[in-house]
Design a protein around this ligand. Sequence first.
Ligand code: CO8
Length: 261
Amino acid sequence: MSESLVLVEKLVTPAKVALVTFNRPKVMNALNDALAEELAGKLAALDADPDVHVIVVTGSEKAFAAGADIAAMAEWSYGTVYNNNYITKHWEAARSVRKPLIAAVSGYALGGGCEFAMMCDIIIAADNAKFGQPEITIGTIPGLGGTQRMPRAVGKAKAMEWCLTGRFITAQEAEAAGLVARVVPADKLMEEALATAGKIASFSLPAVMKVKETINAAFETTLTQGLQFERREFHATFALEDQKEGMRAFVEKRKPNFKNS
Ligand code: CO8
């Protein structure tokens, strides 16, 4: 049997956290179709799993992922990529994951690797991480959302410069620009990413999913519509047992015991 290209581990500690690891180390976790298909299926299964609240995605020390598999793509025709619905077919699945996705990035996150990290909800970067959209250097352009998510994250000027030059961005520059939430020492990356995941996983799952959904709505709506959506979702939390439990626990000076309902 061939080895999995995407490894999944449901962790005991922290509870309710799943760790997903890209597993093509010989090619810097280049993202081929087989990996993408496996990832889509495994993310969907974790999203449906009530024992999992948060998903952490990582690569190797050297590479989160160095982009789409260039060797696989090099000779494809327009007909091949168009007819096969390349990218959309597998990668859109990640967009429908309702639970938080945390990208724990060490080493290279380039091209599709950087774009997938940006699809995640939080990026935590090791201090050795290098981000970039080098597609321009190989005669193409970002195709997994780089030209859309990058300007939303870092603004037009930086997105233009990064995508037009293809230069690699250090973790520190990425943090200063707002692309990543936090930079941590490389040897502490997993500890920090899992601690963040564990903290989020300890809260009420429906409240957590509502935060993700409402923040993402900010990128799709006008301010007035977005505020209205947030207000409705805030009101909706008052239908949750967990809102009663959380607020009562505060008043009673004890820890809440969330039931995720
Ligand atoms: N595709 C295929 N193989 C790769 C890739 C890649 N993206 N990146 C690295 N490899 C392979 C190398 O060919 C090499 O294989 P081999 O040992 O057989 O020669 C092995 O990984 C190790 O790589 P290097 O020897 O090059 O290692 P270095 O440390 O010298 O350099 C780099 C590491 C800087 C990461 C370098 O390999 C590099 O520049 N890689 C390509 C980066 C790139 O251009 N990425 C963008 C690809 S295009 C893209 O992502 C389109 C996005 C839209 C589609 C998204 C769907 C997934």
